[in-house]
Ligand binder design. Sequence first.
Ligand SMILES: Nc1ncnc2c1ncn2[C@@H]1O[C@H](COP(=O)(O)OP(=O)(O)OP(=O)(O)O)[C@@H](O)[C@H]1O
Ligand SMILES: [Mg+2]
Length: 512
Amino acid sequence: MLSVVYTAGLAGIDGYIVTVECNSANTIPGFEIVGLPDASIKESKERIKAAVANSGMLFPSMLLTVNLAPADKKKEGSSYDLAIAVSILSSCGVILPTDLLEKCCFVGELSLSGDIRPVRGVLPMCVAAKTAGKTEIFVPFENAPEAAVVDGVNIYAVKSLRDLIVHLNTDDKIKPEAFDKEKFGEAFLTSSVDFSDVKGQEKAKCALEIAAVGSHNVLLIGPPGSGKSMLAKRLPTIMPELSFDEAIETTKIHSISGILPAGVSLITQRPFRSPHHTMSSVGLSGGGHIPIPGEISLADNGVLFLDELPEFRREALEVLRQPLEDGRVTITRVNGKLTYPCKFMLVCAMNPCKCGYFGSRTRRCTCGPGEIKKYLAKISGPLLDRIDIQVEMPEVRYDELSSRSSGESSAVIRERVRAAREFAKERNDAFGIHSNAQMTSTQIRKCCTLNDGAKKLLKDAFDKMGLSARGYDRIQRVARSVADIDKSEIITEYHMAVAINMRSLDRKYWHS
Ligand SMILES: Nc1ncnc2c1ncn2[C@@H]1O[C@H](COP(=O)(O)OP(=O)(O)OP(=O)(O)O)[C@@H](O)[C@H]1O
Ligand SMILES: [Mg+2]
């Protein structure tokens, strides 16, 4: 007898529906799986046999042929176990209401005992199942919270194969999961850190605020212990909350990477990823035998923080260049290409030299000029070029550190950032871009109207700082964000002066 059931596979961050057909014939017993399965799916035969037997049923003594369609897509992983088991049990008559199966989608790995284990990528799989018209989706118990985000379908959290058979065959039904979309906004911001923890460093704080408004990439340079890492970690607390669509996209990426914490249905806070400097380029950009997203994609809609920037391998840093421009990364594989989104804000921190004290006002640098040059040269020109804001963070003074007055809280700054982004939204929407950092030269000419004072400042800076054409554009982009905070269409000399001040660094260190 032939049975047809449905499950889902993964391609990039999206799922696609997979049809599982099983034919059972009364001849010499056997069990074959076809349809481009990889080794892990072939292994599922043994798991399924044991799981069926340990769920109190006889594994059919027939010739079973299972086909996974579409056959041209490589199927990887263990999430097909459950659907294959259901197709077998249905084809030999153990699962009775076969007409019901048309509306169902089954996802999950089986253990030998018949328990259902969690798998990666349940959220995108459920989205694909819904798109394909499936209304009853069965997922592992642990994955149910993320699956429940998909509305308009019934999501069932299943603990074991036996429970599933009881649900399908009897009136003893599993209750569908519920997700309250209204509660989405309430889940926002429960951070334990705050901008007001950081004393002094007003210029760097201002730089991060401007960066959050325009999604500008930032480089912080300073001696050890000046608060670079501390400040960078607090950046997500001043960025506006994720929209529902952004939250879904980010959750999909974390779901297919298998790092969604247990019980979490949606990622509601902007990610802050801080990979160690020993990270490989594959770890950063994504890939691998069974491809998973890299750190740049896990930071999608959030912050990628590269602490101790010069310590990263050069080739690892170079892979960032294209994704930084495009907001997505393409991974080439033997059988096709995968694309993952990676719209992150890059924040880098570094010491100015090996000993850390070049330019320090309190300690003497022990590096020779050649050593300093060599250290700074680890950051390539093209990468530096993509970082709009570069600020110095000197040591905090004693009076600042011991002061009792705390600076502005993250909530106050976040409100300004939100208002500024709102002000810029209509303009950027018309350009088809998401942030000021993405403005092209033509767009800059259209929307950066400078008053006379600002024009003069920019001309002076151009002459004195020896700016390149690219540097000229970058200062204007940052000035646009500063003006957005002021809700001003015109860029004034004040806005321009702040923007120029955020760029004094590469002249000092890299002479660009
Ligand atoms: N501006 C500051 N306000 C309050 N505490 C600070 C400040 N700067 C540094 N500290 C304290 O010093 C510690 C070290 O700071 P942090 O790790 O941010 O330094 P860093 O600049 O990243 O240094 P390194 O270059 O060595 O990485 C912080 O955990 C904090 O306790
Ligand atoms: Mg640090």
